[in-house]
Ligand binder design. Sequence first.
Ligand SMILES: Cc1cc2nc3c(=O)[nH]c(=O)nc-3n(C[C@H](O)[C@H](O)[C@H](O)COP(=O)(O)OP(=O)(O)OC[C@H]3O[C@@H](n4cnc5c(N)ncnc54)[C@H](O)[C@@H]3O)c2cc1C
Length: 405
Amino acid sequence: MSSSASPAVDAAGSENVLKPNFGAARKHFIFTEEHDQLRESIRSFATKELAPHSEEWEETTFPDWVFKRMGELGFLGLSYPEEYGGQGGDYFANLVLAEEIVHARSGGLAMGVAVHTDMATPPVFLFGTEEQKQRYLVPSIKGEKISCLGITEPDAGSDVSGIKTRAVRDGDEWVINGSKTYITNGHRADFIVLVTKTDPDAGYDGFTLFLVDMDLPGVIREKKLEKLGMHASDTALLAFQDVRVPADAVLGQEGKGFYHIMWELQGERLIGAAGCVAGAQRCFEQTLEYAKERTAFGRPIGNFQVIRHKFAEMATKIESARQMVYTTAWRHHNGEYPVREISMAKLHASRIAVEVADECIQIHGGAGYMKEYGVERVWRDMRLNRIGAGTDEIMLDVIGRSYGI
Ligand SMILES: Cc1cc2nc3c(=O)[nH]c(=O)nc-3n(C[C@H](O)[C@H](O)[C@H](O)COP(=O)(O)OP(=O)(O)OC[C@H]3O[C@@H](n4cnc5c(N)ncnc54)[C@H](O)[C@@H]3O)c2cc1C
């Protein structure tokens, strides 16, 4: 191979000596200048309008005006068509939102928003009738209606096919009975995308999705659930007692709800993985600042090789997860359905985010254990990702089974 393969060698000795540019803006080929501008405006909004309240919202959960304000700014419909009030952007715009919302410094807020933008409304857009889109999607994009997604039940989480919530046809209506638990936005939501069983004898072809208004008689918002982290989000236990909905409340094809929700979960997992990478990155940066300032034995702790290597390990983990997310998002954007790679990205990003947050606590020493520094909160918030939207074990099973074993 000729030496021209290495520009650094060619340039040596000339004025154009190439040096590593560690400060270069982190770019990737999937992002354009438009994405960069969007990134800038979401970051500025999150930093100025949300982050100052993050401590308070840990106690109170974040207020509904966040949705209204984000709707006004166009952040709730980034990839939805303009005819529905969206921005007409691509899927990568949603990634930008998931990444930049971490500057609100509130995992619970990021999750509440992501449930609305990337979990509950995508099925309305993809499977909904025009009337359903006008009634639910358009106001959701404006932030005038808040959505939630109901899959999990007290007796069935990982095993979605084991849900018991029943919808039974009665003339022109359906009657719904059952319960859902751990439902994010469940207390504040105006409507729920509800997974039900409509034909218990039809196996995977016996599930149907419904759009249910949360103010209907028989919808009971039971207790607000207390959690390890994500305190700014509201998490509900919901009951449905003889809730009557019209025939046109069916979302998508009757009997195909299981497949519809499996499709939804792919987007949910990918956006969750993007959030994990961004959360880990922010925690890394905060800790890096700390390691440069905090001194021990007469030098900044970051100058100890042990600590430097911790940063190197963390950075490598974050970068590997980021590349998985971006490449998988690119395939998703190009119309593929890369379930295996989405599962891998979700598994890896969730794991490394918890590992990074844990290491950041360690680097902070006692300060890391204190609420004041916020890294313990990142750890508590991130821990959910190894459970929500499909546990690590379920991701491993999906990946393993994809090889035919
Ligand atoms: C804060 C929070 C917010 C949430 N938000 C929502 C929401 O908005 N909407 C919603 O529908 N759900 C939501 N969830 C539910 C979440 O998706 C489920 O908790 C998750 O899918 C796991 O289900 P489970 O809790 O029933 O655990 P289980 O299914 O009971 O699993 C218990 C353990 O068994 C393991 N396990 C189960 N099956 C297998 C298997 N086949 N092989 C190996 N191991 C297995 C699991 O990995 C886990 O370790 C939320 C959960 C939390 C904690």
